[in-house]
Design a binder for this molecule. Structure first.
Ligand code: TMP
Length: 235
């Protein structure tokens, strides 16, 4: 039996025989609002694992280093072991979610340029929004690393917007996580999936992401399946 290194809300990380490699198992469990809302999205594990595998592989082809090695089962991928930085990096192209709540901006407004935000990963504090000075105070990343994360996040956005557009999906916003690998390099990690992106149908603005679960819209499994179909079929 493999040893569990860490169990999160949507994934379980196992050690492998190689200390530089971890196995990620994607769960069907879904949470929202810092796990105050819990549920199951049928087949989410395999949908997200396959979507994330495709996207991370695509980003590698585009020169964006990340932890992905290969998908080994419908719900499992092998990744490089990294130490995750306790920062969530959010990029926004269209106003939605907490941006609208915080600043009173109407949902759906196309932003004049992408916005990058940092959140401190800390469940007890509810993942608060932080600025560069807060990050320095918390000593969770150096100023150089913060600038690198910002540049990397914008580079990911530059690659993913056309990727999703060709699949008739609007990339409204998304969340990234980064980690430090065995060579000390900061690389993109975690997943990119409908759990971590807002994706709207290009023509109708139909929501095809975890907001269906967050907002009790229903049809979340079918929405994830639709994203998977569009991501995989156009590859
Ligand atoms: P927000 O509008 O709620 O701040 O979310 C911005 C983006 O980040 C959205 O695509 C959903 C994603 N996200 C996560 O992946 N995990 C989280 O815990 C939160 C709050 C948002």
């Amino acid at each position: 039996m493999q040893e569990v290194l860490y169990e999160g809300k949507a994934k379980i990380l196992y050690r492998t025989a190689d200390p530089a490699v971890l196995l990620v198992h994607f769960k069907d469990e879904a949470t929202a609002f810092n796990a105050q809302k819990k549920g199951i999205i049928a087949r989410k594990g395999e949908y997200n694992c396959t979507i994330a595998s495709h996207i991370l592989q695509y980003l590698q082809q585009q020169g964006i280093a990340n932890h992905f090695l290969r998908q080994v089962a419908p719900q499992q991928m092998l990744v490089q072991a990294v130490k995750i930085l306790p920062l969530e990096v959010v990029v926004r192209n269209i106003a939605a979610g907490s941006l609208c709540q915080r600043l009173g901006i109407e949902q759906g407004r196309v932003l004049p340029q992408p916005i990058v935000e940092f959140y401190y990963k800390n469940d007890d504090l509810g993942d608060p929004l932080v600025n560069n000075d807060h990050i320095a105070l918390l000593q969770v990343a150096t100023p150089e690393q913060v600038e690198l994360l910002r540049q990397q996040a914008l580079a990911v956005n530059d690659r993913l917007q056309p990727f999703f557009q060709s699949r008739r999906l609007k990339l409204v916003d998304f969340k990234l996580e980064f980690g430090i690998n065995g060579h000390g390099a900061v690389i993109l990690a975690d997943e990119i999936s409908p759990d971590t992106c807002r994706l709207w149908d290009w023509d109708t603005d139909r929501v095809l992401d975890k907001d269906r679960f967050r907002q009790d819209l229903g049809g979340e499994s079918a929405a994830y399946a639709e994203v998977l179909r569009r991501v995989v079929e156009s590859t």
